[in-house]
Ligand binder design. Structure first.
Ligand SMILES: N[C@@H](CCC[C@H](N)C(=O)O)C(=O)O
Length: 288
């Protein structure tokens, strides 16, 4: 099967996008296709696959599949790329529109440069879920998980857990370059206290308005950036009194910066860019 694709990235977090307004693929192939596209040796190479599809509930729909073929319910960098694509390809005509994910419906707003290309995208990601049961995370009676002792591999850490539609475990460190990303990321991702797995973030607080951030993503490993993770980091930093609600925080990710605000109404706003890398046709050998 020949599948038209576009590869895009948000701060280096790169996915192969397929426009299901133009091309139909059977649902039972999604997981296999994502793994084959993402393979850097025999496919194109990416952090996963994103499907842009018609939606009955919003102006456009988005589904995200990680490198290992598992489905995530949301993707912040993917939402900005989807918004850019939807606007530049005439799927939507207003600068403000809605996108359905498996977790919720978010609002996107694009701003254009002089060449009429989308330069920045702001997404209202909605409200974080803080109850243990909604993350989901097993454990004590305390419904919220804020600086909770978390022993792993003989290390005594403290975790703050946040769902931005997908689960995040945030750990504060003194120096981001010394964060045990490769050592503990894969272990915590599959820790049995997180029954659906978890995205693992290490955060260094630089100031009340600046965070350094690194991520080990569920299903994809280390990536250059994670939009939902950056939102979770700001929420976790606020819950731990390192930052203040309703203020804009700059999050420095490996691939660049995002501006994040958790507003008084409880919504998390994310602003950043999105870039096209390549377009082409993938020769897909279906799994028999
Ligand atoms: N890179 C993403 C998140 C992708 C999904 C995640 N790995 C999961 O399984 O929840 C982002 O930018 O938010």
């Amino acid at each position: 099967m020949e599948i038209p694709f576009i590869k895009m990235h948000g701060l280096g977090n790169n996915y192969i996008y397929i426009d299901l307004f133009q091309f139909n693929i059977e649902e039972n192939l999604f997981s296999d296709l994502a793994q084959k596209l993402a393979n850097v040796n025999t496919g194109i190479g990416s952090d996963g696959m994103i499907l842009i599809h018609p939606s009955e509930k919003a102006d456009v729909g988005m589904r995200i599949f990680n490198k290992d073929g598992s489905e995530g319910k949301s993707c912040g960098n993917g939402l900005r790329c989807t918004a850019k694509y939807a606007y530049e390809h005439g799927i939507v005509s207003n600068e403000k529109f809605t996108i359905e994910t498996r977790a919720n419906i978010v609002t996107a707003e694009v701003t254009e440069n002089d060449a009429e290309q989308v330069e920045l995208i702001t997404i209202n990601m909605g409200q974080p879920q803080l109850k243990r049961v909604n993350i989901p995370m097993m454990g004590s009676d305390d419904p919220k998980v804020v600086a909770e002792p978390f022993d792993v591999n003989g290390e005594k850490l403290e975790v703050t857990a946040v769902s931005m539609g997908n689960p995040h475990a945030v750990f504060f460190v003194d120096a981001i370059d010394a964060a045990p990303l490769y050592e503990l990321g894969p272990v915590i991702e599959r820790d049995s206290r997180f029954p659906e797995g978890v995205n693992v973030e290490f955060v260094e607080v630089v100031s009340p308005h600046e965070l350094n951030f690194r991520v080990w993503e569920r299903g994809s490993g280390v990536t250059q950036a994670c939009g939902t993770g950056a939102c979770a980091a700001v929420v976790a930093s606020t819950l731990n009194h390192y930052c203040n609600q309703n203020e804009t925080i700059t999050v420095h990710l490996a691939g660049g910066d995002l501006s994040i605000k958790w507003d008084e109404a409880g919504n998390v706003w994310m602003t950043g860019d999105a870039q096209v890398i390549a377009t082409g046709v993938f020769q897909y050998a279906e799994q028999k």
